[in-house]
Design a protein around this ligand. Structure first.
Ligand code: GAR
Length: 195
């Protein structure tokens, strides 16, 4: 059976691109039957949308500012996502807090990547906060999404050293390189369990 993947982004979409590239290999296509069928953004100018279109993937934009409430936004998003009958909904730099109803609707098939070693540094500005605390290591976490922000079962983690003189940006770039390796691998593992 085909395993459709829907990816939600808000920005550059480099993690999404890493997953799309991984999905184009024979193992994903033939053995896992997996394909990225849609990329959805809450920002019309998200650079990742261009990559998705260039790779013949359906795209959609739902501007959260056009909706009266978080619930209304999530309801519209769910209708669009469900059209694609996803086996997996992947949050990849999707900078929106989701309602409990949304999270429950995709229970067991909703995952996120967060740029810290959870449970440390939930929320925003993770790299600066890690530097401010004097952390010697930083990283990123792939986790299942629950109604509580940046909680949920940890599926994979990548660790990088914090180097002398690091800025938040330098650390973010070091972490992001690892995210691009880890996220496709985590998605592949989950899909393999569904075969
Ligand atoms: C990534 O570093 C991801 O971990 C982070 O945003 C970046 C998105 O980059 N996600 C969050 O902060 C979620 N709270 P990308 O758009 O290039 O994949």
């Amino acid at each position: 059976m085909n395993k459709n993947i829907v990816i939600l982004i808000s920005g550059s979409g480099s993690n999404m691109a890493a997953i799309v590239k991984a999905s184009r290999n024979r193992h994903w296509q033939q053995r896992l039957g997996a394909q990225v069928v849609a990329v959805i953004s809450n920002k019309a100018n998200a650079a990742g949308l261009v990559f998705a279109r260039d790779h013949q993937i359906a795209t959609a934009v739902f501007d959260h500012k056009a909706f009266a409430s978080r619930e209304a936004f999530d309801a519209a998003l769910m209708v669009e996502i469900d059209r694609h009958e996803p086996a997996l909904v992947v949050l990849a730099g999707f900078m929106r807090i989701l309602t409990p109803g949304f999270v429950q609707h995709y229970e067991d098939r909703l995952i996120n990547i967060h740029p810290s070693l959870l449970p440390a540094f939930t929320g925003l500005n993770t790299h600066q906060r890690a530097l401010d605390m004097g952390c010697k290591f930083a990283g990123a976490t792939v986790h299942r999404v629950t109604a509580e922000l940046d909680h949920g079962e940890i599926l994979d983690q990548a660790v990088v050293p914090v180097l002398p003189g690091d800025t938040a940006q330098a650390l973010a770039e070091r972490v992001l390189t690892q995210e691009h390796i880890m996220y496709p691998r985590a998605v592949e593992r989950l899909l393999t369990r569904m075969v």
